[in-house]
Design a protein around this ligand. Structure first.
Ligand SMILES: Nc1ncnc2c1ncn2[C@@H]1O[C@H](COP(=O)(O)OP(=O)(O)O)[C@@H](O)[C@H]1O
Ligand SMILES: [Mg+2]
Length: 473
């Protein structure tokens, strides 16, 4: 299908309608003005004729004077010569006498005379005379129907009137044309102010589609288009950021996978070369086992993340003891923390209310958070873990560290997938994204407070189920 541009649409829809309306205005005006002038002229002639008729009637009924000579005098002394021509017609249809004094042939007599004869009183005509001139004529029969002056006729030229009418029509047409021209240019200016930026937007979007996020659109006006520019620029920034994060992610994941693989490969070669050294074999097998465990954990994390992205992330919720899972996670990291010379301070409370949740996922969250706390702390750091019932309806778990902290600019993005504020430590950047998703799915919140260089606190709040919720599950 042929593409119709905004300009064409505007020309058809808007200017087209205006043209039709203006044409209708011109036509209506022309008809009106013509009627107005013709009616006025006809009225004028009719009034004159009425006066004449009364006079002629008087002449005819007055026996003391000669009807013919009175009429003859009347025509000869006709005063309105410049506007109207008065003539008398005999019973043969010949012009007997005319106020203009010229000899006139009967050819110039128009339908008004014939109509007057036909209906026995008067006849009117407006149009082109045989001479080619446009005229208006009114004929009235006199009482002397068989005499020399059987009818009198008033004729006026319509040329001047038509000139007036034409003048008005030309004037209104010029005004309409000026309106159209004005509308055309103002419309074109307006359309350009939309079409050109839209085209620019399109070109920029094409570059984004090709993966080039370096360009930004310059906003010209603070209107809807300006808003669109802002949105697209923002979108480009987000896309560029997610593109960069994706690349970071790939490189950090590859690195993550390579490190344990290198260890596994190295140790398996060592064991292979000295299978009789049982100390080396034991040590090597331990490392291989630990690294394989780390690999499978990472693959698990990636799979979780991919499920989360596909919306296939499921939870097996049941009544659970949050302290058991937190205790497990702490235990897993105690040894690691000791090795790195980091102290874990965990004053386990006696008991907390049960919650409804997926215990494996919960443990995964705690592992992620404690792992971060240790990973982003330096030797000699302290990781403090607390679990309390903060109010009647909530349990709060807080993990604080004395590590590197997070800058205020990075803090809002920290839960975003692939985002890593700190590239000096290993990690895929999806741990917190997964943890946040899990906690959200438990109707809880995961909040992070941090001061750069001082430390970070992650606070998880989970709802304590009401009795009716417990029954439901
Ligand atoms: N306890 C913490 N102290 C300092 N920075 C942290 C802490 N926890 C998370 N971060 C920052 O948040 C980012 C995202 O965390 P996470 O999603 O767990 O990814 P990863 O641990 O793989 O780097 C980390 O790269 C790090 O910059
Ligand atoms: Mg992490």
């Amino acid at each position: 299908m042929r593409r119709v541009t905004i300009t064409q649409r505007w020309l058809i829809n808007n200017l087209g309608v205006i043209l039709i309306v203006l044409a209708a205005v011109i036509i209506t005006f022309s008809v009106f003005i013509k009627n107005y002038y013709y009616t006025g002229t006809r009225q004028y002639i009719t009034n004159k004729m009425n006066t004449l008729s009364t006079l002629i009637q008087q002449y005819y009924s007055d026996n003391s004077i000669s009807f013919s000579s009175q009429l003859h005098d009347m025509i000869q002394n006709w005063e309105d010569q410049d506007k109207l021509e008065l003539m008398a017609i005999n019973s043969d249809g010949q012009i007997e006498i005319s106020s203009s004094g010229f000899e006139l042939s009967s050819d110039i007599i128009t339908d008004d005379y014939h109509d007057a004869i036909e209906n026995g009183s008067s006849g009117y005509f407006a149009g082109k005379a045989p001479t080619g001139e446009r005229i208006m004529a009114l004929t009235v029969l006199t009482p002397d129907s068989s005499g020399q002056y059987s009818a009198i006729r008033l004729v006026t030229s319509l040329e001047r009137t038509d000139d007036y009418i034409l003048g008005y029509i030309v004037a209104i047409s010029c005004i309409c044309l000026a309106i159209v021209v004005l509308m055309f240019f103002s419309g074109m200016y307006f359309i350009k102010s939309i079409v050109i930026p839209v085209r620019q937007l399109g070109n920029t979007a094409k570059r984004y589609a090709r993966g080039d996020f370096s360009v930004r659109i310059t906003k010209k006006n603070d209107d809807e288009l300006g808003e669109l520019c802002d949105i697209i620029n923002h979108m480009a920034e987000e896309l560029a950021m997610s593109e960069a994060m994706k690349n970071d992610f790939i490189s950090s994941v590859s690195h993550e996978l390579r490190t344990p693989l290198t260890a596994i490969k190295g140790w398996s070669e060592t064991i292979g070369s000295m299978p009789e050294d049982s100390d080396t074999v034991t040590k090597g097998m331990k490392v291989i086992n630990a690294e394989a465990e780390r690999l499978s954990q990472m693959v698990e994390e990636l799979l979780d993340f991919s499920r989360m992205q596909n919306g296939k992330f499921t939870l097996n919720k049941a009544k659970m003891d949050i302290l058991a899972e937190l205790g497990d996670a702490v235990l897993i990291y105690t040894e690691k923390a000791r090795k790195e010379n980091i102290e874990i301070v965990y004053d386990e409370p006696d008991m907390l209310p049960f919650i409804i949740g997926d215990k494996n996922r919960m443990r995964q969250v705690f592992i992620n958070i404690i792992d971060n706390a240790i990973k982003y702390s330096d030797k000699g750091g302290i990781v403090t873990i607390q679990a309390v019932q903060s109010d009647a309806n909530h349990i709060e778990i807080a993990v604080s560290d004395t590590g590197c902290g997070i800058s205020p600019q990075d803090l809002p993005k920290i839960k975003t997938k692939f985002f890593k504020a700190n590239h000096t430590r290993r990690g895929s950047g999806i741990g917190l994204a997964v943890a946040d998703e899990i906690i959200t799915n438990h109707n809880g919140t995961l909040k992070i407070f941090s001061n750069l260089g001082e430390g970070t606190t992650v606070v998880i709040t989970l709802p304590i189920p009401k009795e009716k919720d417990e029954k439901k599950n």
